[in-house]
Design a protein around this ligand. Structure first.
Ligand code: Z5A
Ligand code: MG
Length: 188
């Protein structure tokens, strides 16, 4: 009997929406219920490419826009073989930002919403300002019109606990739904 595969659950949103908080909570909760689940984040700053991106984001290094875009992309591609292997092994991956951030941030470059800006540590890195994040949000909204991807929108102003419950329930539903489906390809 063919093994069941894991689900690819991507958390996207503007800065300080609570993605990392929810990603951590979700993986903990899934594991506590006996599921196999791993957390990934992009940019993954521990690789050579990731370190370069990190120094760009903290403004230690200036890089040309197309170059940065390709570095973010390369940083995801360097993890794809391992991600596929894990999904095939039945491990669900919770991914804190993915290719949608790649598109949204690059396309917003010509330039948080108030409640997100109040959450602190906002403004230290490149891209962390309200007008830029507004553009990012518009770009995410356009990307979400793609009905081939199973997007669910969360109200990030809710409490951490309420959001966690909603996200966990959607994740469990998705894991059931995709377990016997072959892996797809993004934007093919
Ligand atoms: N970027 C790009 O340009 N191209 C790409 O291809 C990719 C990324 C993949 C770094 O990303 C930058 O890279 C990012 C996009 C760009 N630039 N910006 N902006 P990052 O993911 O490393 O960014 P970050 O610095 O970690 O911020 P963040 O991830 O956006 O924040 P978050 O994960 O959404 O939020 P959080 O850390 O979970 O929560 C923030 C605070 O709010 C924290 O104190 C929480 O305790 C609090 N919080 C969380 N949820 C709630 C609720 N529900 N209520 C109240 N308070 C809350
Ligand atoms: Mg984060």
């Amino acid at each position: 009997m063919a093994g069941r595969r894991g689900a690819l659950i991507v958390l996207e949103g503007v800065d300080r929406a609570g993605k990392s908080t929810q990603g951590r909570r979700l993986v903990e909760a899934l594991r506590a219920d006996g599921h196999r689940a791993d957390l990934l984040r992009f940019p993954e700053r521990t690789t050579e490419i990731g370190r370069l991106i990190g120094s760009y984001l903290v403004k230690e290094k200036n890089l040309e826009d197309h170059t940065v875009h390709l570095l973010f992309s390369a940083n995801r591609w360097e993890h794809v073989p391992l991600m596929k292997e894990k999904l095939h092994q039945g491990i669900t991956l919770v991914v804190d930002r993915y290719a949608f951030s790649g598109v949204a941030f690059t396309s917003a470059k010509e330039v948080i919403l108030a409640s997100a800006a109040e959450r602190g540590n906002f403004g230290n890195e490149r891209y962390e300002n309200s007008s830029f994040q507004e553009k990012v949000l518009q770009s995410f909204s356009r990307l979400m019109k793609d009905k081939t991807l199973n997007w669910k929108t969360m109200d990030a102003s809710k409490s951490i606990e309420d959001l966690h419950r909603e996200i966990k329930s959607i994740a469990e539903e998705t894991m059931q739904e995709v377990q016997n489906k072959p892996l797809g390809e993004l934007w093919k």
